[in-house]
Every structure is written in structure tokens, then in C-alpha cells.
Design a protein. Structure first.
Length: 250
């Protein structure tokens, strides 16, 4: 690190658990963020400011006026622009020393597999089960840790699925991909603006911990928040030996 980087990241370096070695791991890391909306916005903000060297933002949508109530990567002036490009502009203004890759596309198949394979950590910040399961399958296949978050109305949840541990569950162990789950859309259900900030920030925190190798991740635990009462609850998740995704991977 040069003198400017030492100064920029000095508050991290002061932490014994991170120090210069940990900050260098962050600078060398690549985080793939699927979704540059409500959850992806705060997650990307903190990952960029913390010095993650490469951030890839994937989102095929454009900025809409209704997004601005909670999607803090974007501005009124950018309504109509691609979310990925808008997010890249914001992140580069926050930290011009990192690389931000903006992909305005809906990734799947080999393309998704390629992106996941190149990542240190993947953040699932999307809003539908089909994409979540596709991302999970790619992360299981490539043994890349996945930080998954969701938020609707006043209810949020977050967990980590880390297949580097052969006993760890995957997303499909929790929500089996061969079962039908109804997608709930904030466009019809609504969402409390700060809720996505809370969950997205926690996704960033889990990603940073995984990269540096500190603390204990949420692997094997689903953390849920009721923002109406600000009460947290936690349930344990175990790997399903019959899981159609990770059960066949070990």
C-alpha cells in the first residue's frame, strides 16, 4: 500500500483483527454483487469504502423514480440510466482507487458460472427466487462463499452459505429449489426504506469478515429482523444430505 492508502484505510489498520495484512487481503479481493438495488446499494457502498479492490455490479434494470426511496447508489438525475452504470459512478466517486465493473445484463448459465468463479465472495442482493437459486448453484459448484440477503415490508433476513466447509448448508437446503415459493415484490408489497440499509450493510460486513478471515460468519444460521419492533431472531440451518444442489456435491 502507498501512503494515501495507508491513510485512507487507517481506521481498519488500527484494528488488530484486520491490520495491514487484512487490508491487503481486501485490496486483492473481488466481490460479485448480484443486484444494484435496495440491498446492493448499501453493501456496495461499504465494500467500496472499505477498499475491496474489485467490485462487479450486475443488474439489468434501469433507475426508476420509485427506487430512490431506498436505493442509495442512485440519484434523481440518473433516472432512466442503467443501475449498474449509475452504481459504478457512485462507487468511483467514493473510492477512485478501486476497480468497479458494471454489467447491465441478466446473467445465467456459463456466464454466471464464469463470474462466480472469478470472485472471492458473492453477494445475492436480488429480488427473485430463480436468480437466487441460479447464484447458489454457481457458488456451490465453484465453492465460493455466498452472502444472501432479503427484505420486504418490515421483514429482513440474512445468512451465509459457505461450501468451503463440507458440512455447511447451501441456500437450497433452506429454500429447496424443487419447491415452489411465491416471489413477493416490493412494487406491490412495499418495503421500509432503512430495512434494506440494515440488511445490505450486514451483507457487506459478512463479506469483509470472510475475505479477511476474522470472527464467525452467519454460515449455518439465518438471522431475521422484524423492523417494527427491532427484534432479531436466529434459526440454525443444517445441510440437507438429500439437497439436489449441495447434497450431490459432496
Amino acid at each position: 500500500m502507498n501512503d494515501q492508502q495507508l491513510l485512507r484505510y487507517s481506521r481498519h489498520i488500527l484494528l488488530d483483527e484486520i491490520d495491514i495484512e487484512g487490508q491487503e487481503k481486501l485490496l486483492a479481493a473481488h466481490v460479485l454483487i448480484i443486484g444494484a438495488g435496495g440491498l446492493g446499494s448499501p453493501a456496495a457502498y461499504y465494500l467500496a469504502s472499505a477498499g475491496v479492490g474489485t467490485i462487479t455490479l450486475v443488474d439489468d434494470d434501469t433507475v426508476d423514480l420509485t427506487n430512490l426511496q431506498r436505493q442509495i447508489l442512485h440519484t434523481t438525475q440518473r433516472v432512466g440510466q442503467a443501475k449498474a452504470a449509475s452504481g459504478k459512478q457512485t462507487l468511483e466517486e467514493i473510492n477512485p482507487t478501486i476497480e468497479v465493473v458494471a454489467l447491465q445484463e441478466r446473467v445465467s448459465g456459463e456466464r454466471l458460472d464464469e463470474l462466480v468463479r472469478s470472485a472471492t465472495v458473492v453477494l445475492d442482493c436480488c429480488d427473485n427466487f430463480a436468480t437466487r437459486h441460479a447464484v447458489n448453484r454457481a457458488c456451490v459448484a465453484n465453492k465460493v462463499p455466498l452472502v444472501s440477503g432479503a427484505a420486504i415490508k418490515f421483514d429482513g433476513q440474512i445468512s451465509v452459505f459457505d461450501q468451503r466447509d463440507e458440512h455447511a448448508p447451501c441456500y437450497s437446503c433452506l429454500f429447496p429449489q424443487d419447491q415452489e415459493f411465491e416471489d413477493v415484490n416490493c412494487g406491490t408489497m412495499g418495503v421500509f426504506a432503512p430495512l434494506v440499509g440494515i440488511v445490505g450493510s450486514m451483507q457487506a460486513a459478512e463479506a469483509l469478515k470472510l475475505i479477511v478471515g476474522i470472527g464467525e460468519s452467519l454460515a449455518g444460521r439465518l438471522l431475521m429482523l422484524d423492523a417494527r419492533t427491532m427484534e432479531w431472531s436466529s434459526i440454525k440451518i443444517r445441510r440437507n444430505a438429500k439437497c439436489v444442489v449441495c447434497g450431490q456435491a459432496h
